[in-house]
Design a protein around this ligand. Structure first.
Ligand code: TA6
Length: 332
């Protein structure tokens, strides 16, 4: 990662009772290349970092300070390039599903801190959160002639869960509806891709991006990885488990308002072809993306869409059955 050192200001939420923990906090600071970022810290030690450039989560750490998201060592923190890793936001277009550049423009725009967000839909205990907002510039209106307000709340739960809640409102004054596709393009950090299993997508239909988006049906077992994969799973369950045997860790992805899930690993050849990605880094990442792709979301003026992602990382020793993903997927 290339760039300048970091500077900061801290606002801390009211102190929490237990002596051992620190008060949840929200810190505004300068990140790589002087880009503005926000650091969220939770009382038991978990943390997350969000760049206003792209409204982009670039780090999520558990209460042992272990990084849970993959961020390429070659990531470029310089517009107009999107940051390679973390959680890029694909809006108003997923991949090449439309006339805009790949994955739309939200991931390479500067978002603002939303000083006056409308009341938040759910009552939340979370103290460590930030609200960001994106509105189209005149330039954006030339390529996508729609007025919108995109608000996102990024929050860290008391247990270290990471929650992203997007609210997109059509503010067109010309009465026109608009449609968009969407993804939280999450890069999970894994120990060894050949040791990872994904549960919850078995037997589902998917569009294979490596075969002209042809439609297939997944076989019955958990997904494992031994080559490039780029699949859009359709109408998936709201919970998906990503099991990292070696790290004895299971990521549980819960999603709301996002019917599809994209699974991507570039493997060796595509890895070499990407300038902002290390040749061997494909071994240590997997993208599992909560998405709305097959059926675009359409909003009339005044209407608002909500898309929510909740990530948790739980210690698991799958082999000993301590945490059987099936129980996770069927449980609360
Ligand atoms: O989400 C999967 C995908 O659409 C792949 O096809 C691959 O292109 C990946 O996104 C990365 O896209 P990017 O534009 O960030 O290089």
């Amino acid at each position: 990662m290339s760039g300048e050192k970091e500077k900061s200001t801290v606002t801390s939420a009211p102190p929490s009772p237990s002596p051992s923990s620190v008060a949840p906090s929200v810190e505004f600071s300068k990140g790589i290349n002087g880009l503005q970022k926000v650091i969220l810290r939770e009382s038991r030690g978990s943390s997350a970092e969000v760049y206003l450039y792209g409204g982009h989560v670039t780090s999520w750490k558990n209460d042992h300070g272990e990084e849970l998201l993959f961020l390429s060592s070659k990531a470029i923190f310089k517009p107009p390039k999107a940051i390679r890793g973390g959680i890029p936001i694909c809006f108003p277009q997923f991949a090449s599903h439309g006339t805009l550049d790949q994955h739309g423009f939200a991931r390479n725009r500067f978002w603002a801190v939303d000083e006056d967000p409308p009341p938040f839909p759910t009552n939340t205990l979370n103290k460590a959160f930030v609200d960001l907002i994106l509105k189209p510039s005149e330039e954006d209106m030339k390529i996508w002639p729609h007025s919108f307000e995109y608000r996102i709340r990024i929050a860290l739960g008391p247990g270290g869960d990471l929650m992203l809640t997007s609210r997109i409102r059509n503010t067109n004054s010309d009465g026109k509806p608009f449609s968009f596709t969407f993804a939280y393009h999450t890069y999970f950090s894994v120990s060894d891709i050949s040791e990872v299993r994904v549960e919850g997508l078995e037997t589902l239909d998917y569009l294979d991006n490596l075969q002209n988006k042809e439609r297939f049906t997944e076989q019955g077992d958990a997904l494992t990885f031994e080559s490039e994969v780029d699949k859009i799973y359709l109408s998936t369950p709201t919970k998906i488990a990503i099991i990292d045997h070696e790290k004895k860790r299971t990521f549980v992805l819960r999603k709301d308002g996002l019917p599809d899930a994209v699974v991507w690993n570039p493997w060796d050849k595509k890895a070499k072809a990407m300038a902002d990605f290390g040749d061997d880094e494909y071994k240590h990442m997997l993208c599992v993306e909560a998405a709305a792709v097959e059926k675009a979301v359409t909003l009339k003026p005044g209407e608002e869409w909500k898309g929510r992602l909740e990530l948790s990382a739980v210690p698991s020793s799958y082999c000993s059955g301590q945490l059987d993903p099936q129980r996770v997927l069927q449980g609360s």
